[in-house]
Structure formats: structure tokens, C-alpha cells
Design a protein around this ligand. Structure first.
Ligand SMILES: [Zn+2]
Length: 226
């Protein structure tokens, strides 16, 4: 898939997302994302991608990105994050999915098939839109975490700051599990909605994400060509 194609499809997918999801009205929140993204964008390698940041009004703890450099962070995640460093990790992780080409992979085959049959455009946009809901593989998630972690250090964040969000997920998840277990004891049929579980369904377990990142700390000369 060429860069021009990626940018074109990304633009259409974005149009569909902002049509189907409520965009937060707070310009301060969007401004915060842009400010926090700025130092990270100094370290991106793909040329011709113009990153765009949007805050969605959803209370769900979630964020995602797609073709062409569109990054979305839910208001729910901004409420959850304790500080700028945590939000910055989210942004870095989502930029990583674009930088590392994760959002292109599923589509490359579709584009080729489209070329053969001459059918492109709307269907491809639908496919890209659908792929967002499917999420990425565990390996891709770990790679995005690692990319984010290393860039956080590069822009001057401490290791604790760079690990704060994944650790916060672990803590939050443990609290929820404990609360659910005690609720289930009292009321075995209770179905407890858990927004973070929903988010993590497409992600590897939070504890494993932290474990892997902490392991990176012991790697000498922690630089990578990735
Ligand atoms: Zn991810």
C-alpha cells in the first residue's frame, strides 16, 4: 500500500469515525493531546504522515489509531489517567501502531485483491474500519509498548513515568477483580460490567505487559533500531 493510499483511506475512515462517535467538545483536552504528542513526534520515522489527535466523548477506557496517523483517545481514558506521563504513554503506544505499520498489514492483501478486481474505495474503508475493532496481535501490542517506552525515555521521562500507565492498568485491574470476586460471593449471578476488561480483551494481560517492559530496563544500552 502506498503512502498516498494509506493517507486517503485514513481520511475516509476518520470521517466515518467522527460521524459515528461523539467527539468531545473540550478543545482543552485536544490541545493537551497535541502538546503531549509534540516531543514524541520529533522521534517518528515515517515521512508524510501528519498525525491528527481527537478526543472522543466515550466514558470507556480506550484509545486507538489507524491508517494515516489518526489517533483517538476517549474521555474515559483521560479521566482514568493520573497525570500527563500516563496520557503520553497512551499517545506513544497509538503512534507506534502507525509507525510500525500495524494498521497497514491487514489491509495490504485487501488492496492487492482490490487492484485485481478493480474494486476499491468504499469497501476498503469499511474493511479498515472493521480491522480497528479486531485489534492487533499480542506481539504487535508488545512492540507498540516497547516503542512507546523507549520514546518516553528518549524525551526525558523517567523509567517510572514511562511505566506508570501500564502499572496503573495492573493496579486497576487487580482492584476490579477483587471487587468482582467479593460481589460474586454475595450475589453469584451478578454480571458486572467492566470497561477495562473490554479494553484489555484485545490486549495482552496488563501484568505481562509490565513484566516485559520492566525486563527492558535490564537490557544494557537499551537502544533499538526499531
Ligand atoms: Zn495497542
Amino acid at each position: 500500500m502506498s503512502l498516498a493510499e494509506e493517507v486517503r483511506i485514513g481520511k475516509d475512515v476518520n470521517r466515518q469515525i467522527v460521524r459515528q462517535h461523539k467527539v468531545a467538545t473540550s478543545s482543552a483536552a485536544t490541545k493537551r493531546l497535541r502538546e503531549l504528542a509534540k516531543p514524541l513526534l520529533a522521534h517518528v520515522e515515517r515521512e508524510g504522515i501528519n498525525y491528527t489527535f481527537t478526543v472522543l466523548a466515550s466514558p470507556e477506557i480506550n484509545a486507538f489509531s489507524h491508517l494515516g496517523g489518526y489517533v483517538y483517545v476517549n474521555q474515559g481514558l483521560l479521566n482514568f489517567a493520573k497525570n500527563d506521563a500516563e496520557v503520553q504513554f497512551v499517545i506513544a503506544h497509538e503512534i507506534a501502531h502507525v509507525e510500525l505499520g500495524h494498521c497497514r498489514r491487514g489491509l495490504t492483501y485487501t488492496v492487492r485483491a482490490g487492484e485485481l478486481t478493480g474494486g476499491r474505495g468504499a469497501e476498503l474503508v469499511q474493511q479498515a474500519y472493521h480491522l480497528i475493532s479486531l485489534g492487533y496481535s499480542e506481539d504487535q501490542e508488545f512492540d507498540a509498548d516497547e516503542w512507546a517506552f523507549r520514546r518516553m525515555l528518549k524525551i526525558g521521562r523517567t523509567r517510572d513515568e514511562a511505566l506508570a500507565l501500564p502499572r496503573h492498568f495492573v493496579q486497576h485491574f487487580a482492584d476490579k477483580t477483587e471487587r468482582r470476586q467479593s460481589a460474586e460471593k454475595n450475589c453469584p449471578d451478578a454480571v458486572i460490567a467492566d470497561e477495562i476488561e473490554k479494553h484489555l480483551r484485545s490486549h495482552p494481560p496488563a501484568t505481562e505487559r509490565v513484566r516485559r517492559l520492566e525486563k527492558l530496563l535490564t537490557v544494557p544500552n537499551g537502544e533499538t533500531t526499531k
